[in-house]
Design a protein around this ligand. Structure first.
Ligand SMILES: Cc1cc2nc3c(=O)[nH]c(=O)nc-3n(C[C@H](O)[C@H](O)[C@H](O)COP(=O)(O)OP(=O)(O)OC[C@H]3O[C@@H](n4cnc5c(N)ncnc54)[C@H](O)[C@@H]3O)c2cc1C
Length: 289
């Protein structure tokens, strides 16, 4: 068990978590961040981020490096680990990280989308023609053919958007009663079996034996609920419920970024992280008297 008592522990070192940590550190709080070795697997894999203000055409990897550098420059401690459970006693939280425990006055959960793969080899093809945000990657597929594998009606707006810029959009709904789609979207009544391609996606094999050729495959609307790291944390539609202060239903526990719901975007994650970091700092100051 670590001896230090932290003001704030941030779970996740993606854009939301690092933004929370930087803002709390600037407020002179004692902060620790817990996250994977590659701080944000989704951002790391994004070929181009073209909607982050002031940094047109930056690659996901470069943007992530700059976020991490910023945190390291102001001596933020980043532990390469994963939180497995959290408990609270007398206003202090104990977070279990493997065989280590850290103690903190407040927490920001910024763990991203807990995603379960729909297709074999999704992880391999992520960023090589497979994506989870069609509107983000849309420009790359202008004039090309794409396939959308949709877990819920949340995917319909993205399919309609892609129909305006792509040559063909195939739509495979994995849910009942899809709504009204753009006339150019081709509904496919089958189930996906496997992604085709060696280095990059070239198409999708379907369970009925047929094949769809396309340069892009998007799996949309299928996020799973965040892990219930803390008993009693309120979840709705698989996301952590927060208010505009990024407060969850548990005092001292804040959440930010993709784990609070769409849009799954860097700018939204950074903004929510800032609000969460500042409010968690205020909470910790009140707790320490
Ligand atoms: C291919 C691709 C292209 C994209 N393109 C764009 C784009 O053009 N524009 C845009 O704005 N967005 C884009 N995105 C989305 C963007 O990357 C995400 O919105 C953003 O990374 C979310 O930030 P986050 O901090 O909420 O979560 P993440 O970046 O997912 O970070 C979450 C972190 O939490 C860690 N974690 C999870 N569980 C635990 C735990 N129990 N304990 C500790 N740590 C934990 C994870 O390991 C990870 O490090 C793209 C995503 C992908 C995959």
């Amino acid at each position: 068990m670590r001896q230090e008592l932290y003001d704030l522990a941030v779970l996740g070192c993606g854009p939301a978590g690092l933004s929370a940590a930087v803002n709390a550190t600037i407020r002179n709080k004692k902060v620790v961040v817990v996250g994977a070795e590659v701080c944000s697997p989704p951002l790391h894999k994004a070929q181009k981020i073209n909607n982050y203000l002031g940094m047109p055409d930056v690659s996901g990897g470069e943007l992530l490096d700059r976020f991490v550098q910023h945190a390291r420059q102001i001596d933020i401690e980043i532990l390469n680990s994963k939180a497995t459970s959290i408990s609270e006693l007398n206003g202090l939280f104990s977070i279990l990280l493997g065989d280590e425990i850290i103690t903190t006055r407040s927490i920001v959960i910024a763990t991203g989308i807990p995603y379960r793969a729909t297709l074999p080899r999704e992880d391999y093809f992520l960023g090589r023609g497979l994506g989870y945000c069609a509107t983000c990657d849309g420009p790359i597929y202008r004039g090309k053919d794409v396939i959308i594998v949709a877990h819920s009606s949340e995917a319909e707006d993205e399919a309609n958007f892609m129909a305006e810029i792509c040559r063909r959009v195939y739509y495979l709904p994995l849910y009942k009663n899809p709504g009204k789609l753009h006339h150019a979207v081709q509904m496919v009544d089958s189930r996906p079996k496997d992604i085709m391609g060696d280095e990059f996606v070239v198409g999708l094999e379907l369970k009925d034996g047929s094949i769809l050729n396309a340069e892009g495959v998007f799996v949309l609307g299928g996020e799973t609920a965040p892990d219930r790291l803390i008993p009693g944390l309120e979840i709705k539609d698989n996301h952590i419920v927060v208010n505009r202060q990024q407060e969850t239903n548990l005092p001292g526990v804040y959440a930010a970024g993709d784990c609070t719901g769409p849009p799954y975007q860097v700018a939204k994650s950074v903004g929510e992280g800032q609000v969460a970091g500042l409010n968690a700092s205020r909470y910790a100051s009140r707790q320490s008297g």
